[in-house]
Each structure stands twice: as C-alpha cells, then as structure tokens.
Design a protein around this ligand. Structure first.
Ligand code: HOZ
Length: 433
C-alpha cells in the first residue's frame, strides 16, 4: 500500500473548507473509496502526489493533456504570454490565431466564439440553437453529460451518474420539462420524441463519442448519421459536444473521423492545452445570431484571454504532426488489448469500448455496452472500485468512476503501456486471490 498520509491530511482539511473537500465531485473518490490523492506536480505521462508517490496518469486532467503534462513548448509559450499580461478584457491577436487554427482543423466550423469551459460552450450553443430555430425543447441522451447548466442535468452522466443523481436538485421542474431524453443507440426513441413534440425541438445535442457514461460507440451502427438525417427532416439543429473527443479521436474530432457534420460544435479541454477554455462554433448563418452580430446574448470577462489562447495554440499546432493520431491510437489499442487479456486470464468478465485514444474497460458479463443503463444495471461497480484502488497501489491513476473514460497521451511510451498492463495483471491477481 502506498503511503498517503499527507493526501489524507489535506483531504481532511479540504473537507472543512470545500464541499466534499473538492471542486468537482468525482475527485472525492466517494464511489470508489480510499484517499483522494492531492497532486504536487506532473510531467509527461506521470503525476506525483504530495506523499511523492508516482503514477502513470490516464486521466490527463480529464483529457486536455494530450501532449503529456507540462510539455516544455506549451509551458514556455504560456510563461512568455503571462509576462505580457494575463487578461485584457479586450480583443487580442492570439484570439485570431487560435480561431484560425480551430477553423482549419474542425471541418464544420466557419465561425467560432471562445468561452471559458465546456459547460459555457454547451449552454451557449443550446441558447443559440433555441434562438436560431425559435423552439424551446431539445433532446439529449441518458448518461450524456454536457456540463452542469440546468437544462443538461436531466439523466446526466459523469459525476451525476456516478453518484446516482442524474437529475440534480435545484433545477426547476418547469425548465427540465424542456429537456427530452432518449437512450443512446435507440433511434426509435428519438423518432417518437420528434413525433410527440412536432415543430418544438430546437436541437439534438450529443457527444459523438460519449465519454461521460464510460465510452460509448454511436458510429458503428449508423446512429450518428440517423441523428443527422432526422434533424434535417425536422428542421432541428445537430450539436456535437466534442468537448472530450474533439482533437482527441482525430485532428478534426469525431466529425472528421466519421464524416458527419453537425450544425454546431462545442469544444473544451484540449483546446486550452490545460488552461480553462471552451468554444462553440459552426455554420456562419447560425453563428451570426450571436451578439453583437445578432440577438442571442453571451459574454465573458476572461473569454479569449491571451494565456488560455496561447495554451491552445501551442497544443493544437503540435497535433498536426504526421502520424500523431496513428501513434496515439496504436498505443491505446495495445493498452486496451493488454488490459482485456489480463482480465480474461484472471477470469474477470470485461469488455472495452475504444475510439482512438479514449477508452473504457467495463466489468460486465455483457458482450457489448451500448447505453447508460447497460452500465448502471449490468456493470460491477463495486469491483470497479476495488480495481481502481488496486491500480492506484500499483502506480496507475485511472478515472475514479466506471462512468468515465481513460485517455492516452503522446507522452506515454511503449514501456509505460507495458508497465500498465503488468500492473493490471498484478492488481487482478490480488483481487481474485
Ligand atoms: N465530470 C468531469 C469529467 N467527465 C470531471 C472533471 C473533474 O473532476 O475535473
């Protein structure tokens, strides 16, 4: 067992000052048990906690650290920019540079607005879709997570699903009525919602590679294309929430990988290279509805601040290196295959969903995990908690919830992948002894 004395002391102190001792619920380890690690530093594929335990990190700050932690060029760029002023509350040239970079990379984006988080991106995109269509209702999916704005906390994934609270207290019932939900991969349920709410649905919002219920696969059976088609037929917008999968599963995100174009795209995480940034963008005629060009209001003091823009520029420009995504995906595939082989050898039933460098191993007897209720009803969440803690003891840091994804970065070496597979074999041997 690793020594976690100082992390435990920090956690005890933090609990007095912060709800649950954390600033984002899943970090509290409530569903997996054990002591949340307080981190002191990170470099490349590794993080070190305050007790100086080293971990191979597969969270990567929940996705942004695709180049690895503290990449020297990103750090240098951000430091240089910080010295020139951290926020102006006025336009700066770095906003133009990052906007051009994103527009060049993400196929469906003509015009973009920067915000400060994925939550801001999705709530603003929803307002825009409502403003553009003049309709109030929208469809999301059970276990889809689009940040924590009121309308999205209906059958939400991620921390909400982890703690069995998919519908948050504090969301007015009258407002939540505008949120319609369907299971992933169930096009008949989506058709029924349109039939029952004809002419009232502004948009469908979906993570094209859902990562907040564990990774789900929506592309294999044509579901994403069916969503595109039904939106076209019904005059609704299709919003891809690519906060997690954007720049992750391909340079142009899931839309490029699957060749399906949304009307609006929400971005976050990698787009800031580890600094707080979000963005939403899309077709010109829709984006011109945003203030001051149009009547849909949205603003932000720190939006487009130079520090965050520079973090994004330094990160995104390095993703275009030849072979970057092939290499990343190859490492993720080796890891997933190795972890599954370890489970099989230990007699632990498991399956994986993987797209590019994001994946989830589900502890289940199901042959395939297709939707959120497959996770809540058919995955062994207790075993997941034990596995998670055993992996921590072996020096591997995974997301502390079965309802999340793992991320491989460019900094993970073949040796790291091999060491992780070996760690998992040892962890499973202890758990099944
Ligand atoms: N719900 C977030 C990921 N899906 C967790 C973010 C965090 O705790 O930092």
């Amino acid at each position: 067992m690793s020594d976690t004395t100082r992390s435990q002391q920090d956690f005890d102190q933090a609990k007095k000052l912060l709800p649950g001792g954390v600033n984002s619920p899943v970090r509290a380890f409530k569903s997996v048990g054990g002591t949340p690690r307080f981190f002191a530093r990170a470099s490349g594929a590794y993080v070190w906690d305050v007790d100086n335990n080293q971990y191979i990190d597969y969270i990567g700050s929940w996705g942004p650290m695709i180049l690895g932690h503290a990449h020297p060029d990103v750090v240098k760029g951000v430091q240089e920019t910080a010295a020139l002023g951290m926020s102006f509350g006025a336009p700066c040239e770095l906003e133009i540079e990052l906007a051009q970079l994103v527009i060049d990379m993400v196929p469906s984006i003509d015009v973009i607005r920067f915000v400060n988080s994925g939550t801001e991106a999705t709530m603003s995109a929803l307002r825009l879709a409502r403003g553009f269509t003049g309709r109030d209702k929208f469809i999301k999916f059970d276990g889809g997570y689009h940040g924590h704005a009121d309308g999205f906390l209906v059958k939400a994934g991620s921390g909400a699903a982890t703690f069995g609270e998919p519908d948050s207290a504090g969301v007015p019932a009258d407002y939540a009525k505008l949120t319609l939900t369907a299971p992933f991969n169930d096009i008949e349920a989506v058709k029924t919602l349109f039939a029952e709410n004809s002419g009232e649905i502004a948009c469908i919002i979906v993570e094209p590679v859902p990562g907040n219920c564990g990774v789900m696969l929506l592309h294999e059976n044509g579901f994403l294309q069916q969503l595109r088609d039904i939106c076209d037929a019904e005059g609704a917008l299709l919003i891809f929430d690519e906060v997690m999968c954007g720049f992750r599963v391909a340079a142009g995100g899931a839309q490029e990988r699957f060749s399906i174009m949304p009307d609006l795209t929400c971005l976050g995480k990698i787009i800031g290279g580890g600094l707080p940034v979000g963005a939403y963008g899309g077709r010109e005629e829709i984006m011109r509805m945003i203030s001051p060009d149009g009547p849909v209001y949205q603003a932000g003091t720190l939006s487009g601040n130079p520090l965050a823009m520079r973090g994004g520029i330094e990160t995104l420009s390095r993703l275009r290196a030849p072979g970057f995504y092939e290499d990343l995906e190859g490492k993720a595939t080796t890891l997933v295959e190795g972890l599954l082989a370890g489970c099989k050898a230990a007699g632990v039933p498991a399956v994986a969903n993987q797209v590019g460098a994001m994946f989830t191993i589900f502890f289940t007897k199901l042959e395939q995990v297709n939707c959120c209720s497959d996770v809540s009803s058919h995955c062994d969440l207790t075993f997941f908690g034990r596995y998670f803690n055993a992996m921590l003891d072996e020096g591997v840091y995974l997301a502390p919830s079965q309802y999340e994804a793992a991320f491989v970065s460019a900094a993970h070496t073949d040796q790291d992948i091999e060491n992780t597979i070996a760690a998992a074999t040892r962890a499973l041997a202890k758990l099944t002894a």
